[in-house]
Design a protein around this ligand. Structure first.
Ligand code: FAD
Length: 418
């Protein structure tokens, strides 16, 4: 069997793996990337949030992405019947980027992977990790290429960015059920032939069909638009009696008063893809000689587009902590990696849960708007979930619940008066 010796093996060339590998390479580390699939490949996760721009910038990937002219995302719109709530990232609490992109991930990830190769990173496509063995911190990983050839990669450290492949969680029995309710999704890309001119045509929107069911509309700069329905698994399964994804998604689109005209009968670019019970969690996020990043560790829910952001946040952080150790400094992975990531994940977990209870929707659509509250929630939606000067970060546990309660009480009192 062929043998290779590297400093760090990065498994998976999605956003998490690319950001991590690029940062390591830029700092003189000998990195090897292995990716199971041929790129470009289809993957979901097309609405980004501004915090990711910090990561692409720091990892030296921003310029190649910027050159692709992906659709700019300046905010997000939530629709509930006749009510509309628009967040504008330039009008948020605190510092940070006020824009990002909405992207077909096939092209987006391919751009990053190509840029990694251009930098000189050894990235092998169609090369699948099939086993990993640890001897202390050192590891031997066996990968299989598309022709069935095996190779053994010796590494001082592994960054597992394998997404739903979840290589190390599977091999080391680290999977644990998510504490979120089982939700599923069906999505597709369409030829957006009825796209209106201007902002209406290009704005990312989330249309609430029922409290727990929503439709995403993500227009791309290539003329296509991503459409997806999300909801409790039982609801998603009930959308088509024959479990036909095409029929199910069409039925969901038909439920949208706002979008039915624009998308009725449009051509689907591929057979709609169903992602069942998509949330994931792990018992621990690191171990001797490895770190889990991105979806290989934790995935919550698509509703606030936090997936890629956590993938790149954890990817670049794992790379930095590896470098710190190589500099001879002590790293407390529990605090500096797990603790840090869990703080951000904790904030978004509250927002996801409070979305599905309806409490967050109560805040979003309350009139008159409270500009101060809106700015602070906007900073969270932009991904700045480690800024504890923001009370909507620091007190996430109860601030939404309490405000929704007050709004509902006020409404009840007003109703009783009239
Ligand atoms: P991935 O992008 O999945 O990359 C992992 C890579 O590892 C893959 O290319 C895979 O081929 C490779 N791999 C797997 N196994 C192996 C192996 N054995 N050997 C070698 N390589 C391997 N996030 C957002 O930010 N915005 C959204 O709008 C959004 N919408 C979503 C909608 C739904 C329905 C779902 C389920 C998720 C959504 N997400 C969204 C989440 C987003 O898809 C992920 O969080 C993100 O893609 C994770 O990036 P990653 O780099 O960790 O993994």
């Amino acid at each position: 069997m062929l043998k290779e010796v590297v400093d760090v093996l990065v498994i998976g060339a999605g956003p998490s793996g690319c950001v991590s590998a690029s940062h390591l390479h830029n700092n003189g580390v000998k990195v090897k990337m292995v990716e199971k699939q041929k790129f470009p490949r289809l993957v979901v996760g097309e609405s980004l949030i501004p915090r990711v721009m910090d990561h692409f910038d720091e990892a030296g990937l921003f310029q190649s992405l910027d050159a692709m002219n992906f659709e700019k995302k300046l905010g997000a719109r939530f629709i509930r019947g006749n009510e509309i709530c628009v967040f504008d990232f330039s009008d948020k609490y605190g510092q940070g980027w006020d824009w990002t992109w909405q992207v077909p991930r096939g092209d987006f990830d391919n751009t990053m992977a190509k840029e990694c190769i251009n930098k000189g990173i050894d990235l092998e496509f169609e090369s699948e990790v099939i086993s990993v063995e640890f001897e202390g911190r050192n590891s031997k990983t066996v990968v299989k290429d598309k022709d069935g050839n095996l190779k053994e990669i010796h590494a001082k450290f592994i960054i597992d960015s394998s997404g739903y492949g979840r290589v190390l969680p599977r091999l080391l029995d680290l999977d644990t059920p998510s504490h979120l309710d089982p939700h599923s999704s069906i999505f597709v890309h369409v030829d957006d032939i009825n796209r209106p001119e201007g902002e209406e045509g290009t704005m990312i929107s989330f249309d609430i069909l029922e409290t727990e069911v929503w439709l995403w509309v993500i227009p791309f700069s290539n003329g296509k638009t991503s459409l997806g329905v999300v909801g409790p698994t039982t609801f998603i399964n009930s959308l088509s009696e024959n479990k036909d994804n095409r029929e199910a998604l069409q039925n969901a689109i038909n439920l949208s008063d706002y979008y039915i005209k624009r998308f009725k009968g449009v051509e689907f670019s591929f057979d709609p893809v169903k992602l069942e019970n998509y949330s994931r969690s792990v018992k621990r996020m690191y171990g001797d000689g490895f770190a889990l990043t991105g979806n290989s560790s934790e995935f919550l829910d698509p509703v606030f587009s936090s997936g890629v952001c956590f993938a790149t946040e954890s990817g670049i952080l794992a790379a930095k902590l590896y470098l710190k150790e190589q500099n001879g400094e002590n790293v407390d992975w529990e605090t500096e990696f797990t603790g840090y990531m869990r703080r951000g994940i904790g904030v978004f977990t509250t927002y996801v849960k409070e979305w599905y209870t309806g409490n967050l929707q109560t805040l979003f659509f309350h009139q008159p708007e409270n500009p101060d509250v809106k700015k602070k929630i906007c900073a969270v939606l932009a991904g700045y979930v480690w800024d504890e000067t923001n009370p909507f970060v620091k007190k996430h546990d109860n601030v939404i619940k309490n405000m929704a309660y007050m709004i509902n009480q006020e409404k009840e009192m007003a109703a009783n008066k009239s």
